[in-house]
Design a protein around this ligand. Structure first.
Ligand code: DX5
Ligand code: ZN
Length: 218
């Protein structure tokens, strides 16, 4: 089943609570929160206090995408703030297996993220320990960028790896997703779809989520 995850990176930051509630009301399945440290990626966004502040505004799962160097330092804090899924970049972790264990010990879902140029071989030995793989289809740091076409093939390979091992792991896509290219990635295996600018900049958010959902099947 396809899940639509609006990224609040393109929301109005002066009224984040309402923006999260609006996404839920418009038919979203998951709220995607982009955390950037100004070091792993050039941009800086929000931290645990903001995640905690928006938690009461939605019942949907909060998917926290950490674009942070050595994210181990913040797992406790994002868990306490109300995260349901915490995803870390393989490029940002020195001891990835241990980081994943720290997330799992909290009793929440652990995701691992790969930048466009990072090969799938990096997750070969931790695939059995995780709940989700997020493949970036833009270089992380900013919303509103163009989908990098060459990554489509990576979804197919990942799907094959997961199926071969008989695992039940979500495949998430993040970056440049709009109604005219969503089918390309769902057809290749993605089932959790992050979309920031296309959803938050749409004149009618509910209609946009509906269109994305419909287009993901054809
Ligand atoms: C990029 C973020 C994305 C971003 C997606 O670093 O991880 O979640 O907000 O935005 P769009 O959908 O506008 O490419
Ligand atoms: Zn993201």
């Amino acid at each position: 089943m396809i899940k639509i995850a609006p990224s609040i990176l393109s929301a109005d930051f002066s009224r984040l609570g309402d923006e999260v509630a609006r996404a839920e009301k418009s038919g979203a399945d998951i709220i995607h929160i982009d955390v950037m440290d100004g070091y792993f990626v050039p941009n800086i966004t929000v931290g645990p206090p903001v995640v905690k502040a928006i938690r009461p505004y939605t019942k949907l799962p909060m998917d926290v995408h950490l674009m942070v160097k050595e994210p181990d330092r913040y797992i406790d804090k994002f868990y306490d703030a109300g995260a349901d899924i915490i995803s870390v970049h393989v490029e940002a972790c020195t001891h990835l297996h241990s980081t994943i264990q720290s997330i799992k010990q909290k009793g929440i879902k652990a995701g691992v993220v790969l930048n466009p140029a990072t090969p799938l071989s990096h997750i070969k030995w931790i695939l059995n320990d995780i709940d989700m793989v997020l493949l970036m289809t833009v270089n992380p740091g900013f919303g509103g960028q163009k989908y990098i076409d060459s990554v489509t093939e990576k979804f197919r390979e990942l799907k094959e790896m997961i199926t071969k091992r008989g695992l039940d792991i979500d495949i998430e896509v993040d970056g440049g997703i709009r109604p005219d290219n969503i089918y390309k990635v769902t057809e290749a295996g993605a089932n959790v779809i992050v979309a920031g600018s296309s959803i938050y900049n749409a004149p009618d958010m509910a209609q946009m989520i509906k269109t994305l959902r419909e287009n993901s099947y054809k």
